[in-house]
Design a binder for this molecule. Structure first.
Ligand code: NG6
Ligand code: CA
Length: 485
């Protein structure tokens, strides 16, 4: 078994899971016993953040320890985008690999692959294997973007060379039906976007043809990924490993296994939360069965806040009822408000971490430096510029996290303790497709979250000095990394 200072590290990263979506954070219309058990036996954080309110930027920051606004092109990527994190960059994976960890990413990637035009029928690189992962089994982009195939290491998994794959984000490739031209073929209708190539009765973003034998099955995706994780854990039970397990759930399209269909009163969105919880339980059980749970640092979180209608008519809106996906927070995925980046965050490590609840301010950008400290590794020069060593807070040993952090959505907002500053912006106030309050206002906004968690009372006009100070601070951070500790 791994020595205590070299625990296994598992990051269980849910997609679009909001602050109020699991029962240990207040959800009532769906039960999440596996999240709850970990929260009870570990530390449940109330003020932990992704670096951004969408996927690609958050993942970029988690792996590199750099705010994604410093990286050109770090926005929600199409499925044929080139690798955003270039070979040679230090990442959480490369750091741990150098220290003898066996490293894997299983699940959603969405950080680009290859150098430009990817040949999906050949070797697909660079990708995860060129930035520190020993192995990968990934969804290249998102569940709602083509290509709808898994990539195992450098190849599309299950591809028949006689049926090559073509992918385009420019226009239809052949006479294939699309969601737009053949809506009657759809088992789930789109509400906005998502009207291109149809795979498994669901139309997606982008066009693809061929690769029939390699197409994934949406309904068994959670099971497939969990089985891959179980096998990885089994193969590495006798040496330290790092698993970045990144689920498709609860992103759209929400197409749960029949076992979970109608398992909640909330329609597909509730059912995939139940499935996500099952999946987490499966990973925990896989560790437990091998006696590894005790010495595994398990971090459970999400890549951005919640969204209800993200492009499909799946009854998420109609059946939401009293459920509040972002809990008491305003906004959600895509928003400058707290609902954009404040997410569930649980740390579980029985050998070292004592159960509790922590209000420490944390960012996922800090994981790189925390893990480095934990295993006693030095980061290469220039690596993880925005990452802070808040390991004592991460392990629940200190209540002191960061002093400030940046939240990226339409604009960059600044948290300084309980204060939140959102700079003026003429961008739309509402995303009319998803019905999300984006938190944009032509006037500066200032909130005191200690008394106004829901960001309803703009204090900017009353506290111009504080606004000025925070605006200056934000500019300073924008122009280069600044330590908050
Ligand atoms: C948006 C998609 C949305 C989702 C999001 C990325 C449309 C209209 N909307 O562009 O459905 O895929 O991108 O989500 O296409 S994320 O969690 O990967 O950031
Ligand atoms: Ca996401």
């Amino acid at each position: 078994m791994a020595a205590p200072q070299q625990p296994n590290i598992v990051v269980f990263y849910a997609d679009d899971l909001g602050y109020g979506d699991v029962s240990c954070y207040g959800a009532q219309r769906v039960r999440t016993p596996n999240f709850d058990r970990l929260a009870q036996r570990g530390v449940r954080f109330t003020d932990a953040h992704t670096s951004a309110a969408t996927c690609t930027p958050s993942r970029y920051s988690l792996l590199t320890g750099e705010y994604s606004f410093r990286m050109q092109g770090a926005r929600v990527l199409p499925g044929d985008a080139p690798a955003l994190i270039r070979p040679g960059r230090a990442t959480v994976a490369s750091l741990l690999k150098e220290r003898g960890y066996r490293t894997a990413v299983i699940g959603k990637w969405h950080l680009g692959l290859g150098d430009g035009k990817v040949d999906w029928n050949g070797e697909i690189k660079p990708g995860p294997l060129e930035i520190g992962f020993d192995e990968c089994f990934i969804i290249p982009a998102t569940g709602d973007r083509v290509p709808c195939v898994y990539v195992e290491n450098h190849r599309v998994y299950g591809l028949d060379p006689k049926d090559p794959i073509r992918v385009s984000y420019e226009g239809p490739l052949d006479e294939q039906p699309t969601g737009r031209t053949h809506p009657h073929l759809l088992k789930m209708k789109f509400s906005h976007g998502h009207d291109m190539t149809i795979v498994n009765g669901i139309s997606r973003i982008g066009y693809m043809s061929g690769g029939k034998s390699a197409l994934w099955n949406d309904e068994t995706m959670a099971e497939t990924l969990a089985a891959r994780a179980d096998a990885f854990i089994g193969r590495n039970a006798r040496q330290p490993f790092f698993l970045y397990f990144s689920t498709h759930d609860i992103h759209v399209p929400r197409s749960p296994h029949p076992r979970f269909r109608n398992s909640t009163p909330m329609g597909a969105r509730g059912d995939v939360i139940a499935q996500l919880d099952w999946c987490l339980g499966r990973i925990v059980e896989s560790l437990e069965r091998r006696g590894l749970l005790q010495n595994t640092l398990l971090v459970v979180s999400s890549d951005n806040g919640a969204v209800v209608d993200d492009g499909y008519q799946d009854e998420a809106v109609e059946k939401l009822g009293s459920h509040r996906p972002n809990g008491p927070l305003r906004g959600g995925k895509y928003s400058n408000f707290e609902g954009g980046t404040r997410v569930p965050f649980i740390v579980h490590w029985p050998a070292r971490v004592k159960p509790g609840i922590s209000d420490a301010l944390l960012s996922q950008v800090d994981l790189l430096r925390c893990f480095a400290r934990l295993i006693g590794a030095d980061l290469p020069p220039g690596a993880g510029p925005d990452s802070e060593d808040v390991l004592p807070a991460l392990l629940g040993e200190s209540k002191k996290g960061r002093q400030w952090l940046v939240e990226q959505a339409s604009v960059l907002s600044l948290r300084d303790g309980a204060w939140k500053y959102i700079p003026p912006s003429k961008a739309p106030r509402l995303n009319t497709n998803t019905n999300t309050e984006l938190g944009n206002d032509p006037e500066p906004q200032l909130y005191d979250l200690s008394t106004d968690l829901g960001e309803t009372m703009n204090l900017a006009a009353r506290q111009p000095e504080r606004v000025k100070r925070m605006a200056e601070m934000l500019e300073k951070i924008r122009s280069g990394p600044v330590r908050s500790l």
